[in-house]
Design a protein around this ligand. Structure first.
Ligand code: SF4
Ligand code: SF4
Length: 121
């Protein structure tokens, strides 16, 4: 009896909250049909500026997930976004400021693609 009395007292407040939720915008988005904007400062994927890169291999050496391969002879960089853990250690390490960080992360995919960058000769 005591419990029922407590529930009846709370009922108007509950109904008010339910109605407010029904009439307000949803708190979530319909992913994957709608992609949410990343929060400001999110660490995402990287890209390489080959006009600045001197192929020193520092980024390859510090990458904890071995996501970067530098081929000095052919002037080529391979970046594996599906291995990358978005730590941005490479960004902080690159003396040439040749690595541009982004706030976007790769969505799920069937194929683990590799990004290829080549020095303009
Ligand atoms: S991106 Fe930066 S750290 Fe990596 S090879 Fe090029 S210059 Fe060196
Ligand atoms: S962000 Fe981290 S894991 Fe990704 S390539 Fe750079 S060092 Fe490697």
């Amino acid at each position: 009896m005591h419990i029922l009395h407590g529930a009846l007292i709370k009922m108007p407040r509950m109904i008010k909250r339910v109605l407010r939720s029904l009439l307000s915008r949803p708190a979530t988005v319909r992913y994957p049909f709608v992609k949410p904007e990343p929060a400001r400062g999110t660490r995402g994927g990287i890209s390489f500026n080959m006009d600045r890169c001197d192929l020193c291999q520092d980024c390859e050496r510090v990458c904890p997930s071995s996501s970067i391969k530098i081929y000095q002879d052919s002037g080529r960089i391979e970046y594996q976004p599906f291995r990358c853990i978005y730590c941005h250690i490479c960004v902080r390490t690159c003396m040439q400021r040749a690595i541009t960080p982004s706030e976007m992360v790769r969505g799920p995919a069937y194929e683990k693609s590799v990004d290829v960058y080549e020095v303009h000769r």
